[in-house]
Structures are given as C-alpha cells and as structure tokens.
Design a protein around this ligand. Structure first.
Ligand SMILES: NC(=O)c1ccc[n+]([C@@H]2O[C@H](COP(=O)([O-])OP(=O)(O)OC[C@H]3O[C@@H](n4cnc5c(N)ncnc54)[C@H](OP(=O)(O)O)[C@@H]3O)[C@@H](O)[C@H]2O)c1
Length: 336
C-alpha cells in the first residue's frame, strides 16, 4: 500500500509517498481502510522534528482519519468488519490503511459525512476537553478563542456558542474573522492589526474563559483580559517558530512559551490550565465517556465541521505547505 513514511525532518518535500507492506492487526486491533486523512498542525511540527509526542522515526505520519474496518485481530468482535469509523491515534494515518487498537476506531457519527468524520475527532475533542472538562464553561460567560478560524478554533467557536456563551474570535485576516462571525461568534478581530488588544478589551470589558492555541504575546494579552474567576486553557502554541540552527529563535521560543506564576494568579483569582489529547489516549475509558457526551451534543445541535480544503493523498506536501502558510481555515483533509 502507499504511505508517507517520515524518515527525515524538514521542508514539506520530505513527505514522499512510498510502497510499504499492509499492516496486519494483532489481538485486540483492527485494520481500517481509510477514505480521508485529517491534517493536524502537530504533524507539521513532527515533520520539522519539533513535536515531543511523536514516535521515533521512521514512522508513518498521521493522527486521524475516517474509513471502514476491513479486518480484525483475535479477540475483536468480527461483526465490526464493514463498520464506518473515525480513527484517532499517534501515527499511521498518512496511508491507505492503518492498524489501531480497537478502541481507537470509534463508530462514525451518523449525522456527519465521512469527510466530516475525518475532520472531527482531534479538533472537537480538544475544544470540548478545554472548554467543558477543564474550564467548566457556564451559560452566559464570555469566551475568547484564538486562531478561531483554524481547526481547533472553529470547533471551539461552534461548541461555545451552542453552549450559550458569548464568543469572541481572534483570527489572522479580515476574511477569517468573517468566517468566525458566520459560525455564531458575537464578534471577531483580526489580530494581525496593531491595536487588536485594545479593541478586544473595549469589545469585551474582560472575559471569563480563553481557549488558547497561539502562544507569545497573544497568550500574554489574553491572560491580562481574564476577569476574576476566569480560566485560560492552553492547547497549543502555533506561533512558536523554533529553528534548530538559529540561537535567537531558541531565545524567542523560551520567551513565548506560555507560563504560569502562582502569585500572579493569586492576585487575580484566575486559573491557567493545559491539555494534550495525545497523553489522554492512555485513559481510554475516560476519553470514551467524554466522546459520547460530545457525540450526543453535536448530533443534537446539528454541528458540522468546517472543511477548508481537500487535497488528493499524493499532494500531502502541498497540503502541509498550505496549513503552514496560515492560509487554511477549518480542517484540511487528504482524500484517498
Ligand atoms: N492540545 C491538544 O491536544 C491539541 C490538539 C490539536 C491541536 N492542538 C494545537 O492547536 C493548534 C491548532 O491546531 P490545528 O491543527 O487546528 O491548526 P490550525 O488552527 O488549523 O492552524 C494553525 C493556526 O494557527 C494560527 N497561527 C498563529 N500564529 C501562527 C504562526 N506564527 N504560524 C502559523 N500559524 C499561526 C494560524 O491562524 P491565524 O492566521 O488565524 O492566526 C493558523 O491557521 C496548534 O497549535 C496545535 O498544535 C493541540
């Protein structure tokens, strides 16, 4: 089968399609024939050699996708063959087929297309865990979502607005800000404009919850905006641009990584939290409970993922370059 094996790090052109043997499911595993693969920002970082949670190279990139179970290993209910599923895993989805433990192939959400299922798992679980499980978002609270037109961002805007909060999105262009408003946000600001912090303060007068994935000055400004009892949840830091051979970038990265100072939090009665879905994979029962709550909510609320662009599987390098360039909105998918 065809797969993208990450052997060396660097430019998107390191992503080369090659023939590899089909993986065989062992006991407790299933093999999924993928229809779509989702691109995650974490895979851009992995490609650059900057992602701590990535396995050791060489390995097949890819944390999520959707498809159909075609074979099961010993101990797995054989009636699962033919089931439509979404897959969430550490690696393996930049391929025609992937083998995963059976609990990582979750029955597809029926109200969504297979494209939408491939765009769902990582973004919506991350946003839900941040907003609901950690920040315990309450009806009527004011929420800021950073990189709000992106994958996690659009999910965060949709979930928070349907949960009855007033959402303010930050996005990297006026067009992206329009998209965020169209998803139900009370308002959106282009945070590449110089006066965005002041405008956000005037617009909100302070906020209760922040879903933060950018880092640096965006993180620091959002922290300053929190009302007493406010919570900020850090789920990423896309603006950090570490270059191995550039010591000045090491210093900028050190400066821009989100930090917490307990005495500052005590003075403001605010909370800083963080999440990483990958490490939660070691808690399958907990994840499953949360996922079923999320499934029920999006089905009832008729929420559908924003799919920004679809690339043919062979064009994975172009898909990476597109996401990296900040032009993408919502989820970018590869079609097999
Ligand atoms: N904790 C978790 O479990 C988890 C799970 C999934 C994703 N994440 C993190 O969440 C973030 C979003 O992931 P995603 O896959 O949905 O990607 P994405 O939001 O679709 O793409 C990243 C976005 O970050 C924004 N950004 C701000 N400064 C940037 C810079 N200097 N360079 C590049 N992008 C910049 C851009 O939006 P604007 O142009 O609008 O600023 C860009 O579109 C990433 O940091 C990712 O690592 C965390």
């Amino acid at each position: 089968m065809k797969a993208i094996v990450l052997k060396r790090t660097g430019h998107p052109r390191v992503l080369e399609l090659q023939d590899v043997p089909e993986p065989v499911p062992r006991a407790g595993e299933v093999r999924v024939h993928l229809r779509y693969t989702g691109i995650n920002y974490a895979e851009i970082l992995s490609r650059k050699g900057l992602y701590r949670w990535a396995p050791k190279r060489p390995y097949v990139l890819g944390m999520e996708g959707s498809g159909v179970i075609e074979t099961v290993g010993a101990g797995v209910d054989p009636s699962r063959v033919g089931q439509k599923v979404m897959v969430g895993t550490q690696y393996g989805c930049y391929a025609e087929k992937v083998v995963v433990p059976q609990e990582r192939a979750i029955s597809a959400i029926e109200s969504l297309t297979m494209e939408e299922n491939a765009a769902f798992g990582v973004n919506y679980m991350t946003a839900w865990v941040a907003l609901i499980e950690l920040a315990r978002l309450q009806v009527g609270e004011k929420v800021v979502v950073t990189a709000a037109a992106g994958g996690v961002g659009t999910a965060g805007v949709q979930l928070a607005t349907r949960l009855g909060s007033q959402v303010y999105g930050l996005a990297g262009s006026p067009e992206k800000a329009d998209l965020v408003r169209s998803l139900g946000a009370a308002d959106a600001i282009d945070y590449t404009a110089p006066d965005w912090q002041q405008r956000l303060r005037e617009m909100t007068g302070g906020v209760d919850v922040v879903l933060e994935t950018v880092g640096g000055s965006v993180y620091r400004s959002c922290l300053e905006l929190l009302n007493p009892f406010g919570r900020i949840v850090v789920a990423g830091f896309a603006s950090l641009n570490l270059k191995r051979w550039n010591p000045a970038s090491w210093w900028r990265t050190w400066r821009d990584v989100p930090r917490a100072r307990l005495m500052d939090l005590a003075r403001s009665s605010t909370g800083i939290m963080a999440t990483h879905l990958g490490y939660l994979l070691d808690e399958p029962a907990r994840l499953q409970t949360v996922f079923e709550r999320l499934r029920a909510f999006v089905t009832e609320q008729e929420i559908r993922p924003v799919i920004g662009r679809l690339f043919p599987f062979e064009d994975v390098a172009a898909a990476h370059a597109f996401v990296e360039s900040r032009q993408s909105v919502g989820k970018v998918l590869l079609k097999h």
